[in-house]
Design a protein. Structure first.
Length: 137
């Protein structure tokens, strides 16, 4: 959800859906650059020997509205043959750490913990880290 109002609406829905004491876990990342048109590729080998590849190309960004749009292509290969392909338009919104903590609190969440690269409670120290927010209702 790259539109701010949609992402805030989703957070309110998450909050409404939780029972008291329930927690929301959410990963966010902050882009460090905006390589429009550059293709990046990642691959994963599955236990059965198949390979999943992901080609991603950023096609748009807006630093003032804090979003990017990428076009992704997923491929599944089995025994050297392409067996499945999926295309995806992937818009993504980002928030600063303090900004998002305030949004969670204004939504009604109480305890908010920020962790970095899946190390619970470790404060972020680099823009390349994945940020995990845990918010308690």
């Amino acid at each position: 959800m790259h539109k701010r109002k949609d992402s805030l609406k989703a957070l309110h829905q998450f909050y409404k859906s939780l029972t008291p004491g329930g927690s929301l876990l959410l990963d966010l990342s902050i882009p460090k650059d905006f390589p429009i048109g550059k293709v990046s590729t990642r691959t994963w080998k599955l236990e059965n020997g198949d390979v999943i590849s992901l080609e991603s190309k950023m096609t748009a960004h807006n630093v003032f509205e804090q979003y990017t749009v990428s076009h992704n292509r997923y491929e599944r290969w089995s025994n050297g043959e392409l067996v499945q392909t999926e295309l995806e338009r992937f818009p993504m919104r980002w928030y600063g750490v303090e900004e998002f903590k305030q949004i969670l609190k204004s939504t009604g969440f109480t305890e908010v913990t920020v962790s970095s690269d899946y190390e619970y409670g470790r404060s972020p120290s680099a823009s390349t880290e994945i940020l995990t927010f845990e918010a308690i209702k």
